[in-house]
Design a protein around this ligand. Structure first.
Ligand code: ADP
Length: 296
C-alpha cells in the first residue's frame, strides 16, 4: 500500500534516507494530463515525479490503485511506487515513483510483452465474485470512469462507458447522429460478446503507456484499470498504430484472439474517440462519425 506524505521532500527522504535531496528537476514531456519530472537526487539516482493541482490528488490515488492491481498479477512490470500526497509549499498534488530508464528493447520484447499481457488478462483475480468494473472509480485521461460493477459485460460497456461519454458529448452531435448512437446502443448486445470471465485490463493501452525498462522488457505505466473484455485492451493497442505482428502472435498463443474481434474492435475505439472528443474537441468528431456509420 503506497504511503501518503505532506511534501515531496518528505516522500524522497522516506524512501531514500534523510541525507538524500533533490539536485535537479527536469521536465519530462509526453503526458496529456499531469506535469512530469525527472528528479536527479544527491545519491546519484533518479526518481519520477508527477504533479497536478492540489484538488486533483485523486488522479494519483486511482493511478496507484491501478498500478498495484497490475503488479498483483505478477505478469508485467510496473514502476515501484514511493509515495503520494499534497505539497502545500509547491501548491500541488504529487506521485513519486521509480524512474524507468528506457534503454533498448530485448530481441523478444514484443513477443514477451504479448505473452505477459495475455497472462495478465487471464489472471482472473476476483473474476468470480466481482463482475465487470472495479472496486473504485478512476479516470481515463482527465475524464471520470464509473466502475460500478455489473455481471454483464455488454451492460457495463453500454451504461458505464459509452453512455456517459455520449451524454457528455451531445453538444457536438446532430439529431441524426444522436438517433444513430441510440440505435447502436440498442443493438450492442448483438454487436458485442459476453466474454468467459472478467479480465484485468490496463484500460488505456496505447503505445505511449508501454515503456522499455532498463531490463529491456515492457513496463506498463499510467493505467485506467477495470475488469472487462480483453478485446477492449487489444483494440486500444491498435487505435493509434498497431504494435508489431509478433506481439499479437504471442498473445494469441496464450489466449486465442476470437475471429469476431475484428468486427467488434471499432466499438471499443468509440469509447476512446468519444473521450478524446470530450477532452480535446472537434478534431475527433469525424472518427466518431465514421465508427457510428460502420455499425448502422
Ligand atoms: P500523464 O498522466 O500526464 O498522461 P504519463 O504517465 O503518460 O503522464 O507520463 C508523462 C511522460 O513521462 C511520458 O513521456 C512517459 O513516457 C514518462 N513517464 C511516465 N512514467 C515514467 C516513469 N516511471 N519513469 C520514466 N518516465 C516516465
Amino acid at each position: 500500500m503506497i504511503r501518503r506524505f505532506d511534501s515531496i521532500p518528505d516522500a524522497i527522504k522516506s524512501h531514500y534516507g534523510n541525507a538524500v535531496s533533490i539536485l535537479k528537476k527536469k521536465p519530462v514531456h509526453g503526458g496529456d494530463i499531469n506535469e512530469a519530472w525527472r528528479l536527479d537526487l544527491s545519491d546519484g539516482s533518479a526518481a519520477f515525479l508527477k504533479t497536478n493541482s492540489p484538488d486533483n490528488l485523486d488522479f494519483f490515488v486511482t493511478e496507484t490503485a491501478g498500478l498495484e492491481e497490475i503488479a498483483g498479477t505478477d505478469t508485467l512490470s510496473t514502476p515501484e511506487l514511493f509515495g503520494l500526497g499534497t505539497d502545500e509549499k509547491e501548491n500541488c498534488s504529487f506521485l513519486l515513483m521509480e524512474y524507468i530508464e528506457c534503454v533498448s528493447r530485448n530481441k523478444d520484447y514484443w513477443e514477451e510483452f504479448g505473452r505477459n499481457l495475455a497472462l495478465m488478462h487471464r489472471a482472473r483475480k476476483d473474476a468470480e465474485t466481482g463482475g465487470y468494473g472495479f472496486d473504485t472509480d478512476n479516470y481515463i485521461g482527465a475524464s471520470p470512469q464509473d466502475n460500478t460493477r455489473s455481471y454483464s459485460w455488454i451492460s457495463f460497456y453500454r451504461d458505464r462507458r459509452l453512455s456517459p461519454q455520449i451524454r457528455r458529448a451531445e453538444r457536438y452531435f446532430s439529431a441524426d447522429l444522436i438517433r444513430k448512437l441510440d440505435h447502436l446502443l440498442d443493438r450492442l448486445d448483438r454487436l458485442l460478446r459476453e466474454p468467459d470471465h472478467p479480465s484485468l485490463l490496463h484500460g488505456d493501452l496505447w503505445g505511449g503507456n508501454v515503456l522499455p525498462g532498463n531490463d529491456g522488457r515492457a513496463w506498463l505505466i499510467d493505467p485506467a484499470v477495470y475488469y472487462g473484455d480483453p478485446e477492449a485492451d487489444l483494440a486500444m493497442t491498435q487505435l493509434f498504430g498497431s504494435f508489431p505482428p509478433s506481439f499479437y502472435g504471442a498473445y494469441h498463443e496464450i489466449s486465442p484472439i476470437d475471429p469476431g474481434y475484428r468486427s467488434r474492435r471499432n466499438l471499443y475505439d468509440l469509447y476512446h474517440m468519444l473521450n478524446h472528443l470530450n477532452l480535446f474537441g472537434t478534431a475527433y468528431l469525424n472518427h466518431v462519425l465514421s465508427i457510428v456509420e460502420r455499425y448502422q
